[in-house]
Design a protein around this ligand. Structure first.
Ligand SMILES: [Zn+2]
Length: 253
């Protein structure tokens, strides 16, 4: 391989590494969003339990106030019953008193039920708060590791882009134009030939083309259009063919 071809092969490897890295970088915002979403769900759980507890408190205050009203009514009925003039009036007041007392028992039952609900809600709140607190720590650690990974990836990307610039400077403008055009439509612009086959599309080369490529001419594959090159430093070994194909020149999807 001449120096220009070597630079071109390295350029393709670099471009593939850049693409892979860009894809990895692209998944980071989603990872962060998923972490935030998990946390938001648990915050909502805490808020919901707190709100339900406040509602129970409001209900209980209302019941307390109703209870006082009825107790005052009973006091008033008792005062009135000491000054009634007829039996009928007396019985009417007694009836009011027992009705009010029944009402008090009903309210007290509701208060008890409310206290049980509050207790359950308090437990729920404590559990939700604990989960949130535990998960907040985990999320902070995960976010930090995502941030560090992101920094690392940006550094690698900068280095790869520097390699790319350096390698492109070693290749002629006309070859770069063809390289960019084919890479744009095929994903990869270069395909290695081995055993008289294009490893980009697996098609067999005509003997004349095979000979030209072996002598170092950069010619397009008649089937896939990729620029073919022969690597005389890699000894041909049919057993290696699928692995080499996978690593260096992926077939079309
Ligand atoms: Zn091909």
């Amino acid at each position: 391989m001449n120096d220009e071809l070597l630079a071109l092969v390295q350029l393709q490897e670099t471009d593939q590494n850049i693409n892979r890295l860009r894809q990895e970088i692209g998944t980071l915002p989603k990872k962060l969003a998923a972490l935030e979403e998990k946390l938001a769900g648990q915050k909502a759980g805490v808020d919901e339990a707190s709100k339900a507890i406040k509602e129970e408190e409001t209900k209980r205050r209302r019941l307390e106030s109703d209870l006082k009203d009825i107790q005052q009514k009973i006091v008033k009925f008792r005062e009135q019953s000491s000054s009634v003039k007829t039996n009928e009036q007396y019985h009417a007041l007694q009836h009011e008193i027992s009705y009010a007392e029944a009402e008090i028992r009903r309210i007290e039952d509701r208060e008890l039920e409310g206290m049980e609900r509050s207790e359950q809600l308090e437990n729920r709140l404590r559990t939700a708060q604990q989960e949130l607190s535990d998960n907040s720590k985990v999320v902070e650690i995960e976010k930090e590791s995502v941030r560090r990974a992101s920094e690392e990836q940006q550094k690698r990307l900068t280095a790869l882009n520097e390699d790319r610039t350096r390698l492109r400077a070693q290749v002629s403008e006309s070859i770069l134009t063809r390289y960019d055009r084919i890479a744009g439509s095929r994903g990869t612009a270069l395909a290695r030939v081995e055993g008289q086959r294009c490893l980009g599309c697996q098609m067999a080369l005509r003997p004349q083309l095979w000979n030209q490529v072996r002598s170092g001419d950069l010619l397009p594959c008649e089937s896939c259009g990729r620029l073919l090159y022969f690597d005389n430093e890699t000894p041909p070994d049919p057993e290696d063919l699928p692995a080499t194909h996978r690593n260096r020149a992926p077939a079309e999807a």
